[in-house]
Design a protein around this ligand. Sequence first.
Ligand code: NAP
Length: 288
Amino acid sequence: MPAIIDGKAVAADIRAQVAEEVSRLRERTGRTPGLATILVGDDPASAVYVSGKRKASAEVGIADFHRQLSAEASQDEVASVIEECNRDPAISGILLQLPVPAGLDGPALTALISPDKDVDGLTPISAGRLLKATPGLRPCTPLGIIELLDRYDVALEGAEAVVVGRSDLVGKPVAQLLLQRNATVTMCHSRTRDLAGVCARADVLIVAVGVSGLIGPEFVKPGAAVIDVGINRTPDGLRGDVNFDAVLERAGLLTPVPGGVGPMTIAMLLRNTLTAASLHEPVPAPAR
Ligand code: NAP
């Protein structure tokens, strides 16, 4: 019997856990984690994403340090806001909403974020820490995917894991996290030959492409865990990269869109902000 992964329920559980830990941190140290969301310009989709992140943060007791800059802000102006946030001890995490307006260099701005406040896990230093498996903040969507697999008891050690899509945001980091859990990882992309054949070997199939319904039942090994990261706006509403109805009968576990990976991304941002706040916790003086 295939099971539909309930990302909303898992995300709600994580948010409740983070809220509890935020209040414990405050009781213990008097400090409150703080998140700086930096939004440049007035792109409506970006504004909706940022307000969702701010609302979710407020609900778990994370302090809001939102910075709104005009679409005309220069590279130097945005850089100096990031640097101010880097220096501010009340700010534990910094998120620069991407994409930034044309004319600004998003990757160069992201690279200015202090790696210990990099709650999106997207700076080159965070990417290096992930690759080297040293402590650091990891990107939110990949963390959310691993959390879902763990919550549904999907064995990763020795499993054949196939990741479709090789973005810095999802594909590459989730492949690294799977490798660290001792899965045998294959990465696919637009030039992969026989995509269906490669995917059909997977015990765990993760799809982050952005093509509605790309993955049909012939891509899925019976009983596999299938994680659909895609978000595609279609005339029929939001759809994933997996043909949900057709794959459901074949997969052992499957995430819906919406309600699968999406809610996990914000939940992991909250957890990362708490982790960053704990990193900055002053180390108590040694006992004499
Ligand atoms: P992206 O930067 O848009 O890159 C897409 C990847 O898919 C590329 O690696 C590309 O290969 C590959 N690809 C494109 N067409 C393909 C095909 N026909 N067969 C196999 N591979 C193909 O990726 P992204 O930013 O990770 O986003 C992917 C999707 O996930 C989007 O729908 C996005 O909206 C969604 N997303 C969702 C969340 C969430 O929270 N749920 C978070 C992030 C992203 P090449 O490298 O060869 O071009």
